[in-house]
Write a protein that binds this ligand. Structure first.
Ligand code: NAP
Ligand code: F7E
Length: 348
């Protein structure tokens, strides 16, 4: 039985990856941050009480800002594969929390690579490491973007991801470690955090449709993104680590759409004219925007035999259907007298 260790297991991708690996008979270990409230909601469908025998999912407290804790967990788990998905992953928030973002995204990766380096020397087998890179690293570079396109990051988040990318390349070359950088373009799902634009839209339109919300405040509607489905993208992460040699790969659909186009389609699926409900709020603008991302993933398609299965239209539909259902549940609660809170963060 192979063992995998996932940082960021409680996030969107971490939860899909954990399910994917459990279905392939892996023993899955995840690093979870201590929080005052439960932060394991996305793992509910696979979570097992630690007092019950036989579960293949194990959670450990840890944080990528705490190198000693990372080493302890790695020593205890002895993983065959490590997936580094932990991040302060919100681009707009990274302008407000630049130092923290660098500590988690860039230096956090370095801490984990240092822990890998020590562990790999004593493990007696080749440990495989996945680094979660991002299309944000291309920033202002013109599309289509592939593995040879120069990086031009436009936010503290993106700069930190570029640093993490080069740390990973350097540790691969310097210490002959099996490390892959996945350069993933935006990928979404019904588990996407609610302050990212796709989910913010589907969540709000679902509520507006059922009369639970009146307005949706957004920023720049003209930026274009290459949006895929998170479930497809975690398969690419795993495939990279099964290849004979480590390498870097772009993972994308090759299609790009504007935020406005996403709204058009989501509005159509909801039966709503979104222009009546959406207002611009400049607080959601970024000091430096990434205008146009569209990935060329031909290398991953050729070398890993990977391709996305869920198309843009199906992605929007599945998110809309999920969020109408969620709004329906909220309506039931509201009708029974419970307060429904529409949460919105200042910069989400
Ligand atoms: P996400 O939903 O924001 O999840 C981030 C995960 O990192 C969460 O589990 C979070 O824990 C954890 N985390 C944050 N700070 C941490 C810290 N200091 N120590 C340990 N864990 C920490 O992100 P995602 O969409 O799943 O993305 C996964 C990875 O891929 C991230 O590195 C992201 O930057 C990168 N990426 C994402 C996309 C995309 O479109 N989704 C595209 C390219 C790259 P909590 O649950 O406690 O907050
Ligand atoms: O913004 C615009 C915003 O926050 C997409 C992360 O997973 O993907 C994600 O980063 C676009 C931007 O994602 C709002 O200005 C308009 O142009 O959903 P987003 P992102 O910045 O592309 C990459 C690949 C990652 O690596 C990141 O971790 O939508 N936009 N109005 C808005 N964005 C948000 N969040 N909120 C708005 O109200």
């Amino acid at each position: 039985m192979k063992k995998a260790l996932i940082t960021g297991i409680t996030g969107q991708d971490g939860s899909f990856l954990a399910e994917f690996l459990l279905a392939r008979d892996y023993e899955v270990h995840g690093i979870v941050r201590r929080a005052s409230t439960f932060n394991t909601d996305r793992l509910d469908s696979i979570y097992a009480d630690p007092h019950e025998q036989g579960s293949s999912l194990h959670l450990h407290y840890g944080d990528v800002t705490d190198g000693a804790a990372l080493r302890h967990v790695i020593k205890k788990v002895q993983p065959d594969e490590i997936y580094n998905l932990a991040a302060q992953s919100h681009v707009r928030v990274s302008f407000d929390q630049a130092e923290y973002t660098a500590d988690v995204v860039a230096t956090g990766t370095l801490r984990l690579l240092e822990a890998l380096r020590d562990y790999a020397g004593s493990a007696g087998r080749r440990i495989r490491f996945y680094q979660a890179g991002s299309s944000e690293m291309y920033g202002a570079t013109k599309p289509p973007q592939n593995e040879t396109t120069p990086f031009y990051p436009r936010s503290p988040y993106a700069v930190s991801k570029v640093a993490a990318h080069w740390y990973a390349v350097n540790y691969r070359e310097a210490y002959k470690l099996f490390i892959c950088n996945g350069i993933l373009f935006n990928h979404e799902s019904e588990r996407r955090g609610e302050t990212f634009v796709t989910r913010k839209i589907t969540r709000a339109l679902g509520r507006i449709k059922l009369g639970l919300q009146k307005k949706l405040f957004l920023g720049n509607l003209d930026s274009r993104r290459d949006w895929g489905f998170a479930g497809d993208y975690v398969e690419a992460m795993w495939l990279m680590l099964q290849a004979p040699e480590p390498d870097d790969y772009v993972v994308s659909t090759g299609e790009s759409h504007s935020v406005r186009e996403f709204l058009n389609l989501a509005g159509e699926y909801c039966g709503l004219d979104w222009t009546q409900y959406v207002e611009t709020d400049p607080r959601y603008f970024r000091p430096t925007e990434v205008d146009y991302l569209m990935g060329d993933s031909s290398k991953a398609r050729r070398m890993l035999d990977w391709k996305p299965k869920v198309r843009f239209e199906d992605l929007v539909r599945l998110m809309v259907e999920h969020d109408i259902e969620l709004a329906q549940q909220e309506l039931t609660l509201a009708t029974a007298g419970h307060k429904v809170v529409v949460r919105g963060m200042a910069h989400g």
